[in-house]
Design a protein around this ligand. Structure first.
Ligand code: ADP
Ligand code: MG
Length: 458
């Protein structure tokens, strides 16, 4: 693994990478960044969690003209959550160039607000195809000076039926541009599209399928009605810090959650029935340690960077092997080892066979004891999440909140966990034991001369 300093990058960027804790390059970064800096078109196959965002962002950040307030890079993502995460990661990477503005443009937010932001100009726009196209048609997003176009998670984007929108968006971009396409798989429609929109693309494949070694995969033969208890026992035995349980349907999500609740195991659910606001909240609570388990469908969890995930459990084996690879790719990220467990119903051996065939492995489904001991105490997180109704746009910083919480000595620094700021709301993780005090302080004391409403999410 090579350090970033091997590349010809500016000193401030290298320093910023150091601050982010990025020392060595991931394989996809090592292979693509040199090509990107040369201005080549790149078609890269890499699994989720391989560090694609930094790969493409470093490429365009270094060559961007900060003085020209025009959109110079556009990143298309399949879902709102993913788009938000990519925009966040680009903001962190771009912190060494303070005048560079990054906008996240997705559905579910009033159009007028986005048009207002765009009227102040941005250098980088990240967004979902539907909303981006709408703004292009209205003339409020202009791509005349676009230098780099990125299709992130392109296979997912096409799966979701965005191909025509993507083509139409490209029609608004200058012909002389750099086009990058990142995808976990290369089905025919991706190759076809690449042929249409890219110039002499360099193809990079980074062990998309060879996940063994970093991720420990196990399969367990389980009767349908025992699967809930199987999940509980796997978590009880392996004690992963954070687990995503994948289900094929939202009904299954509901069943799993009920059963977990019955055994006093705290979990959160993420599925397509939730509104955008609720989904953001769930993800924030899961990633700040306020719940050890997230029960999710694929649609809701697509492409998400839930970092530091210790385990993935497939309550259902997915219909497609590619989905399996996507799911387990969320664990074992950036060099950390991860666990990937799958429950196989008696009639589902053929699905395991297909996974074996596609990944060149020979896993068998092992038996699993599904009796949960009577005295199992359950699983409660030691953090809870509070929110206040003020955020980035209210000029509230994480430091302001930490200051307010610890100023009076009622709370100590170590009682406070992750602080996530959105535009108009901030989520604060605090130790459960200190949550009462924290709630009182946040509703009582002014922050930056303003008082806010504080809520407990449990
Ligand atoms: P992908 O888009 O391929 O799924 P991301 O770009 O979201 O992956 O990166 C996955 C995680 O790895 C993120 O939390 C990111 O901050 C982290 N990461 C990326 N590159 C590096 C690196 N070189 N060193 C350490 N962590 C990294
Ligand atoms: Mg990504």
């Amino acid at each position: 693994m090579k350090p970033f300093s091997h590349l010809n990058l500016s000193r401030p960027l290298l320093e910023n990478l150091g601050k982010l804790g990025y020392e060595t390059m991931t394989p996809v970064q090592e292979w693509t960044i040199p090509l990107l800096l040369k201005g080549k078109d790149v078609l890269a196959r890499a699994k989720t969690g391989s560090g694609k965002t930094a790969a493409f962002a470093i490429g365009f950040l270094e060559t961007m003209d900060g003085e020209r307030y025009r959109v110079q890079a556009l990143v298309l993502c399949p879902t709102r959550e993913l788009s938000e995460q990519v925009a966040g990661e680009i903001r962190r990477l771009a912190a060494y160039r303070p005048n560079i503005k990054v906008l996240n443009i997705t559905g579910g937010v009033p159009l007028e607000r986005q048009e207002h932001s765009l009227s102040h100009q941005a250098h980088i726009v990240v967004g979902t195809p539907g909303r981006i196209l709408k703004l292009l048609k209205r003339g409020s997003l202009v791509l005349e000076e676009l230098k780099t176009l990125v299709l992130d998670e392109a296979d997912r984007m096409l799966d979701m039926g965005f191909i025509d929108s993507v083509r139409e968006i490209i029609g608004y971009a200058p012909a002389r541009r750099q086009t990058l396409c990142f995808s976990a798989t290369f089905p025919d429609d991706i190759r076809l599209l690449a042929g249409e929109i890219m110039k002499d693309p360099k193809e990079i494949t980074v062990d998309a399928l060879h996940t063994r070694g970093v991720i420990e995969q196990r399969f367990f033969l389980t009767e349908a009605e025992e699967r809930g208890r199987a999940v509980i026992n796997l978590i009880r035995t392996y004690k992963p810090e954070s687990t995503v349980v994948f289900c094929n349907t939202k009904d299954a999500c509901r069943r799993v959650q009920e059963e977990l609740e019955q055994y006093r195991m705290h979990s959160l659910a993420l599925h397509g029935d939730l509104e955008q606001k609720e989904r953001n909240e769930v993800l924030i609570r899961f990633s700040n340690g306020s719940s050890p388990i997230l029960v999710a469908t694929d649609v809701a969890a697509r492409g998400l960077d839930i970092s530091g995930l210790s385990a993935v459990i497939n309550y259902n084996l997915p219909f497609e092997t590619e989905t399996y690879i996507h799911r387990i790719g969320r664990t074992g990220r950036a060099g950390q080892a991860g666990l990937a467990f799958s429950l196989v119903k008696p009639g589902e051996q053929f699905r395991l066979d297909r996974i074996n065939e596609m990944t060149g492995s020979d896993y068998a489904a092992d038996p699993l004891d599904c009796t949960v001991p009577e005295d199992f105490p359950g699983l409660r997180p030691d953090m809870v999440t509070l929110s206040i109704n003020g955020g980035r746009k209210n000029k509230i910083s994480a430091g302001d909140i930490l200051g307010a919480l610890t100023r009076t000595g009622e709370l100590r620094g170590e009682d406070v966990g992750k602080i996530d700021r959105l535009d108009f709301i901030t989520f604060v993780a605090v130790k459960r034991a200190a949550s009462g005090k924290a709630l009182k302080i946040l509703s009582r004391d002014n922050i930056k001369g303003r008082s806010f409403k504080a809520l407990l999410h449990d």
